[in-house]
Structures are given as structure tokens and as C-alpha cells.
Design a protein around this ligand. Sequence first.
Ligand code: NAI
Length: 209
Amino acid sequence: MDRRDVPQAVITRLPRYYRYLGELLEEGVERISSNELSERMKVTSSQIRQDLNHFGGFGQQGYGYHVPTLYAEIARLLGLDRVHNMIVIGAGNLGRALAGYANFEKRGFNITALFDKNPELVGKKNVRDIETYAMEDIEEYMDTHEVEIAVLAIPKTGAPEVAKRLCDKGIKAIWNFSHTDLDVPKGVVVENVHLSESLMKLSYAMEEA
Ligand code: NAI
């Protein structure tokens, strides 16, 4: 199955399926019916059937889903079947917290370097054994290392310029935590993450409850 054939709404739900299927695998569950999965995930079994029907014949009447196959297929679609090298721009509280989270590596997201404009942080291993480099070194680093993803964990004022430098050097994707929308060339993927927006949604839901 080609990922382009899968609707966007289904793709946004895939990480959650992936997480639940991973838990089932850890429990040694080989197969599961859509009803059982529905109870676990608290979504309707028809939604599950519709979503997972996009992934070929893994669901069979009277059998359910073969958990390892479906897990592997979703991993492949999400690009989790290979390693992605990432650099983190901004070695402050957020950048260090992200770089310190070793679980990303288990999913194939390998953080190889941090960059910061503060000379006091440069040349040190501020998180685990990951070195912090000076901003002037980004271009050379990208010339000599394979880097696919950059994490932007700097204030919004510096983000557009840094994003441009990264794009000029052929970055494929930016995981953007800076509070600004980035203007990037076609082909560069940007995923914005705004924890405060999530908190606002929570606050709205509390008002409704
Ligand atoms: P921080 O002040 O602890 O760290 C920022 C780091 O970025 C500092 O080490 C600083 O020297 C460096 N820096 C600043 N401008 C730079 C530039 N142009 N190039 C390279 N390095 C630069 O701040 P913190 O808490 O780590 O937050 C970083 C940014 O992320 C903030 O602007 C904050 O608003 C944003 N943020 C976004 C969140 C989100 O959910 N999207 C959550 C938390 C923070």
C-alpha cells in the first residue's frame, strides 16, 4: 500500500494505532479483533475497520488483525522502519529536554548534535553524550553529516533565519517548536508543535464539561 493512497485523517490516527499495537506486542498478543481493539482504544470498531482497511488484507473475518504484521506495516508507513538523524537548534531548557529523551532513538530518531548561539554552551556535552556546536558550524556539520530533521527550539525572532540556513543546506524536515510559522521551500516538511495550543484546547474542554 502506498502512503499517498491513505487519507490524511487516517494518517493522523496512525501513531495512536502504532502505540496500542506496540503495547499488544509487548503483551505477546498475536491477533486481535476490531471489537477488542475498540474497547482498548475507546474508538468504535467500525472506525477501526475503516481505518485499517487501508492497509490491505490484515483484518480477516473471524480472525481479526495479525498484530505483528499490522504493526510493521504502520511502522513502514510512518517511516519508523529506518533511522532518521536529527539536530536540535537551541540548547536551552526545551532543546535539552528533547535531546535528553532517549526514547526517540528507540523509534529511530537519532539526535546527533545540538547547536546554540551562546558560547558558554558550545563545545560541551550538555545532554547525554551529545555535543553542542556553535551556530557558525551548522553548514559545515550538514556538509559532513547526514541530517534529515532539524528541531527548532529557539525563540521566534531567530527562527526564520535559521530555518532558511537549514533549508539552503537541504534539510528535509523541521520539527518547529518556535512560536512562528515558517516559510520553507516546497519539499521541506514542517511540523509545528505548540504545547500552549494543546493547553488552550484543554482549557476550552474544561469550560464545556
Ligand atoms: P531557553 O531560553 O531555555 O533556551 C533558548 C536557547 O536558544 C538558549 O540557549 C539560547 O542561547 C538559544 N538561542 C536563542 N536564539 C538563538 C538563535 N537564533 N540561534 C541559536 N540559538 C539560539 O528557552 P526554552 O525554554 O528552551 O524555549 C526555547 C523556545 O521554544 C522559546 O522561544 C519558547 O517560546 C519556545 N517553546 C515552545 C514550546 C512549544 O510548545 N512550541 C514549548 C516551550 C518553549
